[in-house]
Design a protein around this ligand. Structure first.
Ligand SMILES: Nc1ncnc2c1ncn2[C@@H]1O[C@H](COP(=O)(O)OP(=O)(O)OP(=O)(O)O)[C@@H](O)[C@H]1O
Length: 278
């Protein structure tokens, strides 16, 4: 069995607007191994979310995927019917969306939605599903009782985001796609959430595709990184390589723009630790 849990090969996505066809993703190839945290970084509009949406079969209807393979285990996700694809979502492939508010129906309490989601994927009693829901809400640093009985509009943006993360993690997916998961969170809550995702990864061996434009976060949290620019993967490598030995001019620009970091060799161990936690 291949180590690749997810393998995207030559992904091409185009959009048609007023008869004009524009290429949004151009021969994107990347893979995620079991148990690995892989970063997908790049500036706004570079194509990170579209890559995730392709995996989740959530591309808008005016977009077309051509001559590509998106292999999950031995299955090409692009060949699945919507019904078969849906069966994989949640329990096999989980996603925490950038637009976290869309994860919940506004007029149903968070707890009820969590129980329904957990029970849909695992045949367990409501009492057990509630236990799992409370546990993950607690791990997200929330007042679990309050979050459980709240409607989404009764919570802050960051609290709803953490509920959405809790719901995705409660299903213990084999592949977790995190799209800018910490943008709505303060630094401490963000770190706590990322620590917990890492803990879940260690406990369950799940793989994580971490989409972010936060370079410091990617350096600190990922095992490997891909850099995207204008719909193309321009570079890939270990965090150290991307930071200190990048080859592509865009990666160089990205690194120098977002972090004015000295070279790795110029840092002491203590400084290195501080830099990645900035
Ligand atoms: N529904 C759509 N119709 C037309 N173009 C779209 C649509 N959705 C996204 N795009 C375009 O596709 C490109 C990639 O968008 P994508 O959302 O993947 O960027 P991103 O790298 O995730 O950016 P961000 O970090 O801001 O979320 C952008 O140029 C965007 O304008």
């Amino acid at each position: 069995m291949s180590d690749h849990l997810l393998s995207i090969e030559d992904l091409n996505v185009t959009v048609k607007n007023n008869r004009q066809v524009t290429t949004l993703l151009d021969n994107v190839s990347l893979h995620v191994n079991r148990g690995e945290i892989v970063g997908l970084i790049g500036e706004s509009g570079s194509g990170k979310s579209l890559t995730a949406k392709t995996i989740m079969n959530l591309l808008p209807s005016n977009m077309e995927v051509q001559q590509s393979k998106v292999m999950y285990n031995e299955t090409n996700l692009l060949n699945l019917t919507t019904k078969d694809h849906r069966k994989l979502l949640g329990k096999e492939i989980g996603m925490i969306f950038q637009d976290y508010r869309g994860s919940f129906t506004p007029f149903i309490r968070i707890g009820k939605q969590m129980i329904e989601t957990i029970s849909t994927h695992y045949s367990i009693k409501n009492k057990e599903a509630k236990f799992i829901a409370m546990e993950v809400l607690e791990e997200m640093g929330l007042d679990s009782e309050r979050a459980y009985r709240s409607y989404p509009f009764q919570l802050s943006g960051g609290q709803v985001q953490r509920c959405a993360i809790a719901m995705a993690l409660a299903l213990k997916p084999s592949l977790l796609i995190c799209d800018e998961v910490t943008t709505a969170l303060d630094v401490m809550s963000g770190e706590k959430v990322l620590d917990y995702i890492d803990l879940v990864r260690k406990e369950t061996g799940c793989a994580v595709l971490m989409i972010t434009h936060d370079l410091a976060q990617a350096y600190k949290r990922t095992d490997r990184m891909y850099v995207m620019h204008k719909g193309v993967v321009v570079e890939e490598g270990l965090p150290e390589q991307i930071r200190c030995h990048h080859k592509h001019p865009y990666t160089k620009k990205l690194c120098s723009c977002l972090l004015s970091l000295p070279n790795e060799t110029e840092l002491t161990g203590h400084e290195r630790e501080r830099v990645v936690t900035l």
